[in-house]
Design a protein around this ligand. Sequence first.
Ligand SMILES: [Zn+2]
Ligand SMILES: [Zn+2]
Length: 769
Amino acid sequence: MKKLPTWHIHIQGLVQGVGFRPYVYQLARRAGLCGWVNNTDDGVHVEFNADPAAATRFYEAVVAGAPALARITAHRLAAAAAAGYDDFRILASESGGNPVLLVSPDLAVCAACLEEVHDPRNRRYGYAFTTCTQCGPRYSIIRQLPYDRENTTMAPFVMCPACTAEYHDPLNRRHFSQTNSCPRCPVRMTLFDNREQLIEADQASIITRICALWTAGKIVALKGIGGYLLTCDAANPAAIQELRRRKHRPRKPLALLFPSVARLQREATVGEAELRELRSVAASIVLVALLAPAQSRLALPEIAPRLSTIGVMLPYTPLFELLLQAFNEPIVATSANASSAPIVYQDADAAAWRELSALADYVLTHNREILVPQDDSVVSFSVHARQRIVLRRARGLAPLLDSRPAFAPQTTVLATGALLKSSFTLLHHANTYVSQSLGNTDNYDAQQVYAASLRHLLALFQARPAVVLTDQHPDYFTTHLGQQLAREFGSQLVRIQHHEAHFAAVLGEHDLLAAAEPILGVVWDGTGLGSDGQMWGGEFFVYQHRQFSRGQHFSYFDLFLGDKMAIEPRLAAFSLGHQLDDAAALLRPKFSAAEWRNYGRISGKKSIQTSSVGRLFDAVASLLGLLDKASFEGEAAMLLEEQALSYFKDSSTIPLSWLEQQAPAAFSSQSLMAAVVTRIAAGTEKAAIAAWFHVRLVVAIRQAAAIHQCHTVCCGGGVFQNGLLVDLAVKILGERHRLYFNQSLPPNDENISFGQLQWFARTATAAAP
Ligand SMILES: [Zn+2]
Ligand SMILES: [Zn+2]
């Protein structure tokens, strides 16, 4: 018999923890090939004997039919040194100490595992930690790479003979399933009260006990994938009010966990896109429109005060599935934390216990450790254009990025992001990782979690950044940490303007950094430090020849009382309106005589000015009497969007007079405010004024696009979390312009770290030959 040549395939990307080796094994067996497959820290390697035609066929088949969860970033077939094989094997993993891999996000429980959990004849019947190669925790439990059991927090669990047999059977769904366990070698739950007294240890009884506690109006902390969730009966207003009191969260909407899609459809309109998102492996919280709030038995005024949408999710772990099937009604499920503190995730820790016991009446814990804390991700869709808007990117989505920019330097680059909605981005071996949402780094605990998550990811890849990128703001925690890391690693340090980073994030997500035509960037947010020392936030940029230039901006107005202005919409209204005669009458009642005098004095000093569109939303909301003091960031904008949406519900056409061009006043914050006040004085309905304001902002975009003769327009910044604004932009500008929004990343400051990287990459790439 003629000896067959030997071949080698190398596949890179997200190829571990997704059943890749068993897949290759089965394919090779079916093709009658002999050789081996293994995992190393630079991906999957396959070596085999075949004639050239069969080798190519096999190679193409491996790449084309890869498991659904895999993401291949590079692949190669090459001739190898001659070796003779007489069967096909899966070899043990090898580690060379320099990981080049994509780390998988945590995956929602799969349909096959759910079926087993519900099947009384199956050995995993009722087992709350059932997983397989297609589902279960990943990023949250990985201590080291490659992704093997001993490198995860599953290491202490010794598999029983049945699980071991599955693990070693190449034809089993759980072949090399690193999270494998069953009721005979279990991850164990324990239910405590908030004084750390053991309440229940029997696994099946725990489920019924918790349902009884919910029925009795108790708040139960449940250990999930990324940390603890606080839960209570969604139909019990008193329990929800108590939960809000303990969390110091008076009005910000709470998410609900539903037992099923059918139950959800009795409460809300669930479109195709929403359903796909709910059922995806990320299983995010999705915003949906309420159907008939008046007829609901849920405590909606307590869940989402004054709003017509709610955030919902479906059970994404077998534990949640078992609990929700038993309870059969939705529960409130929100991150266990107080106000802006990070999610609680370490139960062995005394401080965490103190925090949990102050938040919950009962605590359900389990002994599988969480290494990387993550909140649930939140996604919404605009009503008309159906634009996907990620509001928070965490569990299920991080740290992987769907949109890989086509070019990236080989240098290791770390970008540290901004302040309030923080994240970091790491570029390493041309792979881009964007961290989970790490919250408000003004908060000390959030700073600790941010730093720990960053160190963890650097350690996973043994990455030493050659370049560190930070915001230009000198006082952000992330700026300080970036400086410290740059010193530690001897890296180059580059500071990047906040709004240029936002713009670069949209350009990068859509691979537009090398575009030849001029592109208009519309960047509207709360505030970020501008290059002229003022606080920007209503910006138009032009991007061409890989350079950013600032074009128009909304005219400056006084920024006073620092951060207080961001949480008191009445102050933005005061800043813009107290010198307008008609506005003063509206504003006076919102302030005491002393406040009025003081604010009048300090606001005239023009020490710091802002162009923030976020503050314009605040001012209009306050003038319309919607909100004077916010309880969370963005509350005023949400209420104004609600008003405007109610206008377009009744009349879907935009009055032509609203669409008239109005240069140069289009960019005047003061004229915009004066026009709002005139409308209020004329007795125009709130909803119509709110709608007009939204349209007017889009008209300003059209104006800027005309001035700079830009056909392509990128919109970013936290203001574009507003789905109505996105829809109006698409409706008014969509025919003549190509519009881009953030796609995989949130439009808010969570994208700053990625934007900083793109900003840097554009010049690094331009400089390359
Ligand atoms: Zn599964
Ligand atoms: Zn077992």
